[in-house]
Design a protein around this ligand. Sequence first.
Ligand code: ZN
Length: 240
Amino acid sequence: MIRATVWNEFAFSCKSPEALAVYPKGHHEVIKDFLNAAGDIKAKAVTLDMPEQGLPDKLLKETDVLLWWGHCLHDDVSDALADKIVRRVYEGMGLILLHSAHLSKPFKRVLGASGRLDWGEGGERERLWVTNPSHPIAKDLPAYIDLPLEEMYGEPFGIPEPDNTVFTCWYQGGRVFRGGITYNRGAGKVFYFQPGHETFPTYKNPLIQKTLVNAVRWAYSNGATQKIDCECVKPLEKLN
Ligand code: ZN
């Protein structure tokens, strides 16, 4: 079983009447449930207000893939926790950064980037084009996914050039965005996925759910942990 942890800041924006009408228990619970329904994933959901900001060392160590959603409280996440997450990615933990996590400490630190973008209020139709159909995250997906309402994120996106651009997003208002992108960092795999505003039912869409199940499976590194400390080692062969 792949051990996945879904982290949500679950702040006031997620507890507005509009958000609670769509996700009464928070979208992290919906994500947890559809991951658990996949059969090969054991997911748990945690929030910022829990002890040790939801991610005590033991849980972080026992997490194979971490999904991270933040929006309003990026600065409340401790630098120490952000550093521990980056270290776990280097060791081989998968990291899936969702929607407004583009300004989170884990995103900016693991990618060494600003995460800047243009954004639009109000919501508009979004079409996510699969621009790398042979990628494991696109397995069994159609050519594109239509979402009736999402928040617009537009280029230029402040990121390093991705290893793979699995999705390119188009919005009704005419903008485009590299909205599904992958990286390798150390032994870990990283996926950023744009849709997922807290007042839209995006995480209830079966194709979005399939994408995230695929992403968890792709980001899983078979449980292997790579040491990241530099060791002084003995030679394998006798030296002259
Ligand atoms: Zn949003």
